[in-house]
Design a protein around this ligand. Structure first.
Ligand code: CAA
Length: 260
């Protein structure tokens, strides 16, 4: 299927998803969110796609937020529907069994910061800027920002960022743990692919179970999370990858994982 605002390219086991509305700094209107949703479904179903990278087109923005011109005249019920749809699409990323990395190549504001936060790992270029500027528009973050930002950076810093609407640069984002790494812009995709490739050398069932167990830690009390981890740990022992991984270690050779 041809998409207008989102592109997907599958390369060496990694699906590269690009939000592609550079004229509007990749702002997310309904159409773009719908396309992203469909592309995520395709990527989920595609067995060749082992890992996913999400980035923005152009050199200026990852995603500069939800589309303000589209939101301007929304009635409360329309806004609820729009917010819930954005939440649903981003939750799909968070719950996807494949690892998803955000390559943040510029402004990640509002819905853009929220998109990056729904990914498992965030790598930023030096020119990246993060923020939740919604209160300056008389609204609050609506695609999960009030829930994910405090979980990632802590309640106090999240409140400061959301109440002031301040933008922070990539170095500050690194300092507060919002991103894992900051690299030169012309190396951003290369570095992000490197991480995806490294992950793909591991047992992919284990990666997906680790993702589920970590997600469970956030959504439940610790004892429920521990019980979830114990079950996921046990499931690993039903895989060929576990047998191969441990045998390879003991035989002092590199493992050959098959994802089974
Ligand atoms: N929605 C719609 N259009 C946007 C946009 C957005 N979020 N962000 C940028 N654009 C458009 C601009 O209107 C402009 O279009 P025109 O050329 O037709 O005028 C074009 O993209 C380029 O932007 P600027 O001229 O503003 O570029 P700049 O370099 O001067 O500034 C910027 C860059 C600081 C990112 C500025 O564009 C900006 O502040 N954008 C809005 C950021 C924002 O408030 N995001 C939050 C949106 S609300 C939200 O996301 C709610 C939610 O949680 C779901």
């Amino acid at each position: 299927m041809e998409f207008k605002n989102v592109k997907m390219e599958l390369k060496e086991g990694t699906a590269l998803i690009t939000i592609d509305r550079p004229k509007f700094l990749n702002a997310l209107n309904r159409e773009t969110l719908k396309e992203l949703d469909q592309i995520l479904e395709e990527v989920k179903a595609n067995e060749e796609a082992k890992a996913v990278i999400i980035t923005g087109a152009g050199e200026k923005a990852f995603v500069a937020g939800a589309d303000i011109s589209e939101m301007k005249d929304m009635k409360p019920l329309e806004a609820k529907e729009f917010g819930e749809f954005g939440q649903k699409v981003f939750r799909k990323i968070e719950l996807m069994k494949k690892p998803v990395i955000a390559a943040v190549n510029g402004y990640a504001l509002g819905g853009g910061c929220e998109l990056a936060m729904a990914c498992d790992i965030r790598i930023a270029s030096h020119n990246a800027k993060f923020g939740q500027p919604e209160v300056g528009l008389g609204i609050i973050p609506g695609f999960g920002g009030t829930q994910r930002l405090p979980r990632i950076v802590g309640i106090s810093k999240a409140k400061e960022l959301i109440y002031t609407g301040d933008m922070i640069d990539a170095e500050e984002a690194l300092r507060i743990g919002l991103v894992s790494k900051v690299v030169e812009q012309n190396k951003l995709l290369e570095e992000t692919y490197k991480i995806a490739k490294k992950i793909m050398t591991k047992g992919m069932i284990a990666i997906s179970l680790a993702k589920e167990a970590i997600n469970a830690s956030i959504d439940t009390v610790i004892d429920t999370g521990m019980s979830y981890e114990a079950k996921a740990f046990a499931v690993c022992f039903a895989t060929e990858d576990q047998k191969e991984g441990m045998a390879a270690f003991l035989e002092k050779r590199a493992p050959k994982f098959v994802g089974k």
